[in-house]
Design a binder for this molecule. Structure first.
Ligand code: ADP
Length: 269
């Protein structure tokens, strides 16, 4: 039997220490559970395109198909290969960000143009679900930010992609661009999809976390998006109501030219 005597009354500190250790232990368990979920998601995500590629390549090897059938098979192989490349790139980006090795190629980015390109990129995917995407421009001047155009596009592509994935057929998505605060631009991605419960809302930005595996994916998207926004000195906030929809707001600092008015801009409006 131990008889631990501690001089003075450290009961409060010991209680605090026990609570902290308990919290850390819970975090480790949670993090391991998330990693298990991630491995299961990623295995599933990798297997689906691989099955398609294997099936079609084996079938086409048998020969005897007319050019139209061959074209369909080759098209599926190309599409599924792109999906695999996308998944691998997502994992590489995540790992680069974790290790602080993401290099940005900085330039002056026209944000309105970038949002229009984003809409074009996801147009076919939205069209398949009968979803309409609209850009609502509440500014009157060009909006320029200093940053990496490709990475900023990745931010908005990911947010719109999520909005499409978690929205019903024939719904709508709005991209709203405004200047509500001097020196900043605000972009809101608004959907009327399935929404996220309060319980899950502050977890979805965590790496690997998915409410369920309904939309496929790896659970890395929002974690990557948040870190890319951080690298651009911006902020990202999520507002959502279950069954009503989700709004993701990204606030980015305007380029200095815009701020000082050299960019011929007298807003905020
Ligand atoms: P992924 O989309 O690969 O699962 P994300 O990190 O982008 O990973 O998203 C994490 C989770 O957050 C999703 O699996 C989904 O449960 C939830 N989520 C993200 N965006 C939305 C949205 N617009 N509407 C509803 N749920 C969303």
């Amino acid at each position: 039997k131990f008889d631990v005597r501690i001089k003075g009354d450290y009961r409060y500190e010991l209680g605090e220490l026990a609570a902290t250790l308990n919290y850390m232990a819970q975090e480790i368990v949670r993090s391991n559970e998330l990693k298990d979920d991630f491995i299961s998601s990623i295995s599933h995500e990798l297997r689906t395109p691989l099955t398609g590629i294997k099936g079609w390549s084996e079938t086409l090897t048998l020969g005897g198909f007319d050019p139209e059938e061959t074209k369909i098979g080759m098209g599926i192989i190309a599409k599924e290969t792109d999906r695999l490349i996308g998944l691998v790139e997502e994992m590489l980006d995540f790992s680069k960000l974790q290790r602080n090795e993401m290099k940005l190629v900085i330039g002056q980015v026209n944000l309105k143009e970038l949002l229009q390109e984003t809409m074009l990129n996801v147009w076919a995917k939205a069209e398949q679900k009968g979803i309409q995407i609209k850009l609502e421009d509440r500014t009157t001047q060009p909006v320029t930010v200093t940053g990496d155009g490709n990475r900023l596009k990745q931010v908005f592509l990911n947010l719109v992609d999520n909005a499409i994935k978690f929205s019903d057929e024939n719904s709508w998505i709005h991209l709203v661009i405004s200047r509500t605060e001097p020196g900043y631009v605000l972009v809101e991605v608004v959907d009327t999809g399935i929404g996220i419960s309060e319980e899950h809302l502050n977890k979805v930005k965590d790496r690997f976390f998915q409410v369920n595996h309904q939309g496929g994916g790896t659970g890395l998207g929002l974690a990557i998006t948040q870190q890319l926004v951080d690298l651009h000195h911006g902020t990202m906030d999520l507002h959502s109501e279950l069954g009503v929809g989700t709004t993701v707001s990204v606030k980015l600092p305007l380029s200095e030219e815009e701020e000082t008015g050299n960019g011929n801009n007298s807003e905020p409006d």
